[in-house]
Write a protein that binds this ligand. Structure first.
Ligand code: OGA
Ligand code: MN
Length: 270
């Protein structure tokens, strides 16, 4: 049976309507993966999937990363529910997950359990489509550039309080240098950029800051983005290799609770 799908925007995102039992068929999950790679983001409105089925579906799409409880990592700003809650404030800025790894996560499945009264939308930007649409002169200019990604830099940008403890933690995560243009085995290219992108290697600091800002503005233009306003029970999946994402700010005590299952990376940065 063909899946019932609808494009969310021209450049990013597809809505998929199917019951959970259907998605859990291996051949259907394989089809879901294919659409995910083509479209960057998948929305399953009010799917109401259980934690167990979310992890099962994830394992049919890729390899589940062991984190949280049995593959369910709680995305919340309540530090009683997640010891790393403070750092999740960093997710209010555009980012890719895993820029401090050699092999970044392939993607994530995220379901809404409790919503905040205000804020808490999730935005996605397609950096495959954004790269493709760049003027040739910019493609030539950035072809061989390398960018340093720094956790400490992104935490400072996010305005997260700097104490001796937090700073020691930030600095314990080593900086990584990745090619700005990531050529994938598929033949496609995406931009490796976001709030961790501190500077371009060997470039004058002002020029580097201006270039990173220009590319960020380019990728996050409305024409490459999809903004999701959540309803409880919605599930989203994104392909982290060519999609930037961010949450719109929500309050620490808002109760917002998302359940995430993360898929292990399959391809190293260049
Ligand atoms: C993430 C993330 C955004 C959100 O889970 O990696 O950035 O809206 N989430 O919760
Ligand atoms: Mn994230």
């Amino acid at each position: 049976m063909a899946l019932q799908t609808r494009k969310l925007t021209e450049t990013i995102g597809t809505e998929v309507i199917a019951p959970v039992e259907e998605l859990l068929k291996p051949e259907v999950a394989a089809q879901v993966r294919q659409i995910l790679v083509e479209r960057g983001v998948l929305l399953f409105p009010q799917l109401g999937i259980s934690d167990e089925d979310q992890v099962r579906l994830a394992s049919l799409i890729g390899t589940v990363r062991e984190e949280g409880e049995k593959g369910i990592f709680k995305i919340t700003l309540d530090n009683k529910a997640n010891a790393q809650a403070l750092y999740l404030k960093g997710s209010f800025n555009w980012h890719m997950d895993g820029t401090h790894d050699h092999v970044p996560v392939f993607g994530s499945l995220l379901t809404a359990r409790v919503l905040s009264k205000e804020g808490g939308d999730t935005l996605f930007a397609n950096s495959y489509a954004a790269y493709e649409a760049l003027p040739q002169a910019m493609k030539d200019r950035i072809a061989d550039l390398r960018v340093v990604h720094s956790f400490a830099y992104s935490m400072e940008q996010a305005g997260i309080e700097k104490t001796p403890e937090t700073e020691a933690h930030w600095n314990s995560i080593p900086d990584q240098t990745h090619a700005l243009v990531w050529p994938h085995k598929s033949g496609r290219k995406s931009l490796v950029i976001g709030c961790h992108a501190s500077h371009v290697v060997g470039m004058d600091p002002d020029e580097s800051a201006a270039l990173i800002a220009e590319l960020m503005d380019w990728v996050t233009q409305e024409r490459f983005t999809y903004r999701h306003k959540w309803t409880v029970g919605d599930m989203l999946i994104w392909d982290n290799t060519g999609v930037l994402h961010r949450a719109t700010p929500y309050a620490l005590g808002s109760g917002r609770m998302m359940h995430r299952t993360t898929l292990m990376g399959e391809e190293a940065f260049a």
